[in-house]
Write a protein that binds this ligand. Structure first.
Ligand SMILES: [Ca+2]
Length: 217
């Protein structure tokens, strides 16, 4: 199996500057399949750390590097030695999927450890299915990434107050919002109109390779 890392830009919608990139693992099978297989073979933490190594090795973009972390890896703690890579911890953001956190006490401690080394935290897929606002409070993330399903129907009358409300919640805890899944001009205009700072999606940039490095394992 051959793996590589692609990077999707996250744009600052107010300044039109790239704020960072989210690293995404690619291989010979669709990503969900890769992680499903790894879970079945008890290799999930290994696959996650391979994804992080690939991303850290091949990232040479401007701005922040957003890395996804599986809850199982979070339970073990994020142990990448960042000094082995050409990156400052303050440039790195770890994306946590809050609805999959199983052990809150362990997660809390490990999130604190991540923050202590200067890495930032993003809550991923916020608004997807069951969302627990209290988790946002204890995680105190730097970013909240709105799930793509939220902006799917920008004509919905409840969406405008909802997004503005989330913006207020984020501002109260010192977090910033990234809208994911922006695919149409209408969605982009709406997200901007709701005063959302950052955006990501096919319309703004597809995931792409930065350096041709592949790992076979
Ligand atoms: Ca993500």
């Amino acid at each position: 199996m051959t793996f590589y890392s692609v990077f999707q830009p996250i744009w600052d919608l107010k300044t039109n500057i790239i704020h960072g990139h989210e690293a995404l693992l690619r291989g010979n099978a669709p990503p969900e399949e890769l992680f499903k297989r790894a879970l079945e073979n008890n290799k999930l933490v290994e696959l996650d750390s391979l994804a992080h190594t690939l991303a850290l090795t091949t990232f040479f973009g401007e701005g922040r590097l957003f890395l996804n972390i599986h809850p199982k890896t979070l339970e073990k703690g994020f142990k990448m030695a960042l000094n082995e890579f050409n990156i400052d911890p303050s440039q790195v953001v770890i994306e946590i999927t809050e609805h999959e956190i199983l052990n809150e006490i362990v997660a809390k401690k490990n999130i604190k450890d991540i923050k202590n080394i200067g890495i930032k935290i993003a809550v991923d897929d916020f608004g997807h299915g069951f969302t627990n606002l209290s988790l946002i409070e204890w995680i105190q993330p730097n970013y909240i990434k709105l799930d793509r399903s939220l902006i799917k129907n920008v004509r919905s009358k409840t969406l405008d107050p909802l997004l503005r409300g989330l913006n207020d919640i984020a501002a109260n805890i010192g977090a910033e919002i990234i809208a994911e899944g922006i695919e149409t001009k209408e969605q982009l205009e709406f997200v901007k109109y709701c005063d959302i700072q950052y955006g990501q999606g096919f319309l703004l940039g597809r995931p792409k390779l930065m350096k041709e490095i592949k790992i076979t394992g």
